[in-house]
Design a protein around this ligand. Sequence first.
Ligand SMILES: Nc1nc(=O)c2c([nH]1)NC[C@@H]1CN(c3ccc(C(=O)N[C@@H](CCC(=O)O)C(=O)O)cc3)CN21
Ligand SMILES: CC(C)C(=O)C(=O)O
Ligand SMILES: [Mg+2]
Length: 356
Amino acid sequence: MVSLVLQLQMSGPGSGPGTGNHGLRPEPPVRHAGILRGFPVRTARPLAERRRGVLRTAYDRPMTESSPTTPEAPAPEGTAPYGTGAQAAPQRRVRIPHLMQMKERGERWAMLTAYDMYTAEIFDEAGIPVLLVGDSAGNNVYGFETTVPVTVDHLVPLTRAVTSAAKRAMVVADLPFGSYQASPQQALATATRFMKEGLAHAVKLEGGAPMVPEVELLVRAGIPVMGHIGFTPQSEHVLGGYKVQGRGAGADRLMEDALALEAAGCFAIVMEMVPAPVAAGVTEALRIPTIGIGAGPHCDAQVLVWQDMAGLRGGRAPRFVKKYADLRTALRDAATAYAVDVAGGSFPAPEHSFES
Ligand SMILES: Nc1nc(=O)c2c([nH]1)NC[C@@H]1CN(c3ccc(C(=O)N[C@@H](CCC(=O)O)C(=O)O)cc3)CN21
Ligand SMILES: CC(C)C(=O)C(=O)O
Ligand SMILES: [Mg+2]
């Protein structure tokens, strides 16, 4: 059985040269410009119809012998046509056309954050198609309370670790607070560091219509951009705390922000803490995928911070979190057992020791 994701990668619009994130917006056919030019225009099907195939993606099944990350045969047409660097690339990378095609087909997918090599490797093996090196590293790696203190220098090495370890996943780097809002030029300089030093495949930035000049310049320069609207944690002090956005009149603004980002060339948009019906409306209105976190079940994709998803972090989790494991307990038990063995002299045993 070849996984669905693999099938679509072998047959998708990105199979040939000249698609993907090239063909960058020479003349704007306004709403559907940007890196999406050249895609078959989605026929206007009702949301319910588009959702029908939803439970048939590779991600809804437990991974068995046919993980989407272990293709049965290499697909040489997916490798770079002008050489592959020091070593050959045996597996095809998830690219923007694949995400577009999943939206076309109503196949939902999952994004996770990753900040290091092992989690990147593991989530890649699990078939997670997009990994986000989030500025949530602030409060999940570096021990800050929020994402506000995070710098580019904090995130670039983590991005490099994740891109080095993930063979199939597209790796998106979050631009941290203060590293892109000053001007499109600042945004380009920062995003360029993530592409060159972090080897990211795309970047993400927070904000709606006001970020259009930044998004346009990055896309023109060849850098795919993921948007992020609704609750934007970098602006928590302006927003007045961790609050649902897009209620009441805010719904119209959220829609305008989403449409403006799509027109500017974003390839996907994160919607954080938005009422489910509002997120459903935005998802229906956009050609590009929406990625929800606390935005209900009708987004094209979902994202969670991995330490929330896997139950590593303590304390009360936000409402939108579902805990799929209890790594905190597992690790604490392991550390306790290790310490007990050392104290009691049962570790190291002869098999862990060297003869003279
Ligand atoms: N571990 C972690 N998970 C995240 O989802 C996350 C981060 N860190 N860091 C960056 C941002 C911050 N995020 C957050 C953090 C807290 C809430 C929160 O406390 N929400 C409450 C209140 C909602 C309300 O007031 O209506 C909730 O119960 O969901 C939400 C989003 C999302 N991101
Ligand atoms: C929660 C996601 C969307 C994020 O921005 C992050 O992890 O930093
Ligand atoms: Mg973030």
